[in-house]
Design a protein around this ligand. Structure first.
Ligand code: GLU
Length: 261
């Protein structure tokens, strides 16, 4: 039997905090207990938020925690062509369409329904653009993203996202198509990630079905909370691993604090 494949896939938008440490250590433990492999993947397709120094810091902080992973590490920004191939397959089957609306235009045409991230469903006209028109706009270089033509697909679970944006290659953000493409290309069998991403899983499973990719097992773990019960996040400047380390914490302290000693 082939070995299970786990992955930890952080986005280099900030320094890793305890929540990341929990996810990484849990993946490492599950890989070790099942005789599996552990991959590290850098999800840096959001060019506006990713920074090289955060990638370096991810390697340093994970090594400090005592983790090791297989080389080479897949860095998503170096594989945009792979995501484009899958986007073209989805377009050819009529499952997605290019959307040329700016953020503002999309909001003007929004439907009165919100997705799990709190964004209104898209209700604009790009879905009905004839293909030759869309092709001409792409050929002349118009900025576009790719949306799922959700109501054609008959998937009530994924439908909570409406016509979800799964990629914006030109502006470097393609989380949904990239994660699904890479999990398949890397042979990931077990996706272990936080409950914050759980709502996106039906969308990922829909893309896997359409692209005929193997479906990994999913486990969504609880989020690490701060003393006030708030979810830790890079944006509210929760204690980063490097800050805890500077304050004298050891890797064992971190593991104990997370219940993974
Ligand atoms: N890159 C995502 C994040 O850092 C995680 C993606 C995943 O584990 O599927 O939030």
């Amino acid at each position: 039997m082939s070995r299970p494949v786990f992955r930890f896939a952080p986005s280099p938008n900030g320094y890793l905090h305890l929540g990341h440490a929990y996810s990484a250590l849990l993946n490492a433990r599950m890989a070790a207990e099942s005789g599996g492999r552990l991959l590290l993947r850098i999800e840096d397709t959001d060019e506006s938020r990713s920074r090289p120094e955060f990638i370096t810091a991810i390697f340093e902080d994970l090594a400090w925690l005592g983790l090791s992973w297989e080389e080479p590490v897949r860095v998503q920004s170096q594989h945009l062509a792979d995501y484009h191939v899958n986007l073209m397959r989805l377009w050819n089957m009529g499952a997605i369409y290019p959307c040329f609306c700016s953020r503002k235009e999309a909001l003007v045409h929004a439907l009165p329904i919100r997705d799990p991230d709190g964004q209104p469903h898209y209700g604009g006209a790009c879905r009905d653009l004839p293909r030759h028109v869309a092709e001409a706009l792409i050929a002349r270089g118009d900025i576009h993203g790719w949306r799922v033509g959700m109501n054609r697909l008959g998937d009530p679970q994924a439908a909570v996202w409406g016509d979800a944006m799964i990629a914006k290659l030109q502006v470097g953000s393609s989380y949904h198509i990239a994660v699904v493409t890479d999990d398949a290309l890397q042979g990931v069998t077990d996706v272990v990630r936080g409950k914050d991403i759980e709502p996106a899983t039906p969308l990922h499973m829909l893309l896997q079905r359409l692209l005929r990719l193997p479906a990994p097992r999913y486990l969504h773990h609880d989020l690490v909370r701060d003393a006030d019960g708030r979810k830790l996040s890079k944006s509210i400047a929760s204690a980063s691993l490097r800050q805890l380390r500077a304050e004298g914490a050891t890797p064992d302290d971190i593991r104990r604090r997370l219940g993974l000693a």
